[in-house]
Every structure is written in C-alpha cells, then in structure tokens.
Write a protein that binds this ligand. Sequence first.
Ligand code: LMR
Length: 402
Amino acid sequence: MTLKDTIALLQAAPADPIIGISDRFQKDPRTEKVNLTVGNYLGPDGKIPLQATVHEAQRRLLERRTVHSYLPIEGLKSFCDAVDVLSFGRDSEVLLSGRSATCQAIGGTGGLYLGGVFAKETLGVSHAAVPNPTWGNHIALFKKAGLEVSQYAYYDKAAGDVNIEGLLEDLRRLPERSLVLLQVCCHNPTGMDLSRQQWQRVLEVVKQKDHLAFLDMAYQGFAAGLEEDAWPVRLFAEAGVDFLLSVSLSKGFSIYGERTGTFTVVVQSAEEARVVHTLLRRHIRALYSNPPRWGAMIAEVVLNDEELNKAWKQEVEDMRLRVKAMREGLAQEGKKQGVSLDFALKQNGIFSFTGFTAQEMERLRTEFGVYGIDSGRIAMAGLTEPVLAHVAGAFAAVLKAR
Ligand code: LMR
C-alpha cells in the first residue's frame, strides 16, 4: 500500500473524554450553561483568575526586560529549588543531603511522561499500575512511554469510599518493581484521598515488593492546605525509598497554558542524584530539548520573594476555601430540592464523583446545560454561587427520574 493510500484510510480519533466535552461546552449558546468539565479553578465570577501575585511577578519580569533565550536542558534551577521546598518542606533531609534530582517539566503531564520514559528506558521497569478509576491520560501517557499498564482497585462505588483492602491486594499481586502511580491529593476523578494510615500501609507494600512509587501532585493546597497536602511526599521521603514525583504548578498559580511543573527522582545519595540528573538531561534533550521559561519565571519570582510568597499562600488558601464553600452550598441546595447531594461533603478538593451514569451526564448537558464528564465526575472548582441552585435543580431532576 502506498503512503497516500494509508493516509486516505485513516480514521479520525474520538474526542478526548475531558477536553472534547469542554469544547462542546464552548459551542453551547445557552447563557445558563455551567462548565464542570476540566480541572481548572474558577473564581467567584466563573473565570480562571489572574492571581495578583502572578500579575505582579509578570510586571517585574517585563520591567527587567527578560529576554527569551533557551533555558538549560534541566530548566530554571532557582524555580526547581523553590518547588522542591514546597514539596518536601524547608528542613527536609532529602533536600539537605542533596539526594534528589529535580528538573523542570512541561506541566504535570510532561513530568509524568518523563518519569515513564525514565522508568522504562533507564531503570528497565516494564509495568505501570494506575488507580481504577484515574485521570484517563495516565494510562495513555504511560503506554506511550512503552510501559504495560494495568489498574489497581481504588474506589468502591457502592460504599462511596476508597477500597483500601482491594488496593493493597492488587499492589501485592503486581510484578515486583512495578511503577505504581499514586495521586497525592484531590484524587482525580473521585475526590476521595487516602488517609494517613492508609498511606502508611501502601508504603509498606511498596517496600515489600520493591515497587517504584510515582507520586503525582497536581492539586497541592486544594484539599487540606499546602503543607498538609504534601504529607504523603514527606512520608515517602522519610521512609528512605527511591521514588518519583511529578508536581504541577498549573492550578496553584492559575498558569495552565504555561505548562509549568517539575519532575523529581529521590535516590539514596547526592552522588546517585548527580548521576540521575545527567540521565534525565539526556531524556529531556531528546524529547523537547529544554523547557519553556515564562511560567517557571513567574513561579520563581513569587516563591522566592518573601512577601509575594506569603500573599500567594493566602491566594491558594482562599481558592481552597471557595471550593469547600461550593461543596457545602451544593449539599444545602440539594436539601432544598428534596435530594441528597452529600457526596459533595464527603469528597475532597477539586473533583467529585456524582454517581451519575454516562446517560445521566448527557441528560444534564443537553437538557440543563450542566457539563460534567461521562464518568460522572464534576469539577467542583467550576461551581459559583449564582449557579448552585440551577446545578442542584438539574441534579435533583435526574435523581428523581431514576
Ligand atoms: C482534568 O482532569 O480535567 C485536568 O487534569 C485537565 C486535563 O488535561 O485533563
């Protein structure tokens, strides 16, 4: 077959289950429509905010007449160091002893992909396990990195809770030295996080089976607070195991389009970290040469300036509290409409699992203009005060039709 014939036979790819529905939302002409698809934080006005600290950092960067030269292959060091402090804590032994190798990454997705490639090509890991359910892209990007991917039990739909015994059992059954993807907080899509005691049990199995834990922290600060949410990272750091960490700065700084994040490998010594850093640079050079600079510079200015850093922490806390208030508001509106929407109170952070089927989610979109994704996930951070009654009313109509 010729190349022309092959191209003529190509079939269009299906729309992305998250971004595709968000695109449908954009085209919906109704004014009362509500976008609860993508895991973006929206302010009380229903828009992605331009945070005051980010605005100020950009003003300073423009004033400095920053030029657009290449960054080093591994990215901006002062940015990586500042993010490490956020993840591990200022007095972390990992940072003090230098036994971590951190590079800038192209958002959380870029860090996860880089980690997949590093695990497969450098460490010879062949199998990755992700939660069931999980963010759909986890599966796609680990497959693209050449790993076989399976899912471990995570959520018990009937109980509306984490299935911890099933999870541990599945981790025990995996081949030794599997990459195990663990979401640090604001589990996407269920909104159900592990308790501290459950994290400790997971760590024990990871150690027993010599698994490579890959901690994915995309929503630090949106569950219980910046320090509290990083607790699992610090647990793994103190346990002395080697592990991977991907951090996304998209949500905390509302700089989604700047693709800003870090990827870290924690190892046993500063010498090992130095070697790993050279190997990561090799991968990055072949994948995309070097990372973009604007988002990293913004975050670097904010994190490394005492006053801006303090103001930014308050911004994150305000965002967290707004989402929490929306959870409470939705549950209250549900009561007024004669249905229980208390799932919103039990779950945590940006996402909630409503329990609606794909058909029910479609009815919510077509009839009420309420856009969530087919799995029944809604982005709580997309709710605002003026739309609470409309959304609760739509949910009530669907629940009463069961
Ligand atoms: C989400 O799950 O909505 C976010 O992580 C955004 C994305 O790229 O899917």
